[in-house]
Design a protein around this ligand. Structure first.
Ligand code: PAF
Length: 302
């Protein structure tokens, strides 16, 4: 039998619950989500539940981080199933606010980080206000959930770095912990958007992880002159597989600026449209060296 969790929709009630738990000496972990939970979210919740007495999971599709109304409208919503899944994975509280609860005055004061970290890659592709929306909603959620630690997936690598920067710059009293990307056995990174992929597009979707792995190994083999060459090779591989690439980049994992001399610590990131669906993925070159994914490995094995 699965234990039940407490479902709360008001921020003030959540704050009282968490304050009560803390006054009893309990530690609190937090997993913010936009719902459509999958095994990647379960890994975050399980990690939190293993480390804390109470795990709070928020389920809120945040309108302020979508620059495309069609993308917001198409975002999968499955609240009841999400609550059941979060509870089974270890959530003690599910916070499911509506838009008016998070933005009572129509719009919250905006938290904005400027510079390449927020303005390139996802910031460029999804509009410069994307990370403003992420930072703003997380400021509200961190305030009402007041966790000791908040858990984020490494798949959204740029978001993770933006959140780390925000927490450091605003001296927010919590720690951010990253959890490794969960992948299907063939390498496809789990994403709530995967469920919108047409069956015929799944093979093309796989080319994101394959191109990252292939380029990563080429860098480590010394076959890549610089980040521009790595990007060009990645874009070509994505196009050949039938995707519409948006970017393929080799960056410094702290600044997210192009890595002048790609090597073992370089982070490779890509975004591509597969049919109607926009997907992202990333890998360090070191991880690429260890995986069995990659167009080059396929050729070696066939
Ligand atoms: O990664 C997500 O699902 C969202 O960007 C987050 C962190 C829940 C903020 O809305």
């Amino acid at each position: 039998m699965i234990a039940s969790s407490t479902v709360i929709s008001e921020g003030s009630v959540l704050r009282d619950e968490v304050t009560g738990a803390r006054s009893r000496g309990l530690s609190v972990g937090f997993v913010p989500t936009m719902g459509a939970l999958h095994a990647g979210h379960e890994a975050l919740i399980a990690r939190s539940a293993a480390a804390h007495d109470l795990t709070v999971v928020s389920i809120f599709v945040n309108p302020s981080q979508f620059n495309d109304p069609a993308d917001l409208a198409a975002y999968p919503r499955s609240e009841e199933a999400d609550i059941a899944r979060a509870t089974a994975a270890g959530a003690g509280i599910c916070f499911v606010p509506d838009v008016g609860e998070i933005y009572p005055n129509g719009q919250a004061p905006t938290v904005r980080i400027r510079g390449p970290l927020t303005e390139t890659l996802e910031g460029a592709g999804r509009g410069s206000s994307h990370f403003d929306g992420v930072c703003t909603v997380l400021s509200v959620l961190f305030s009402v959930a007041s966790p000791d630690v908040a858990y984020f997936g490494a798949k959204d690598a740029q978001q993770l770095q933006v959140v780390r920067r925000m927490v450091a710059d605003l001296r927010l009293p919590l720690r951010i912990e990253a959890v490794e990307t969960v992948r299907d056995s063939d390498g496809l990174a789990l994403s709530s958007r995967n469920e919108r992929l047409a069956p015929a597009d799944r093979a093309a979707a796989l080319s994101l992880s394959r191109s990252l792995a292939t380029v990563g190994r080429a860098i480590l083999d010394g076959a890549m002159a610089d980040a521009a060459a790595a990007s060009e090779m990645g874009l070509d591989l994505l196009r050949q597989a039938g995707c519409e690439p948006e970017y393929f980049a080799a960056v410094d994992p702290e600044s997210f600026e192009q890595d002048p001399a790609p090597g073992p610590s370089t982070l490779l990131l890509c975004a591509a449209r597969v049919g109607e669906v926009r997907l992202i993925d990333n890998m360090t070159t070191q991880f690429a060296a260890q995986t069995g994914y990659g167009f080059d490995r396929e050729r070696e094995e066939s």
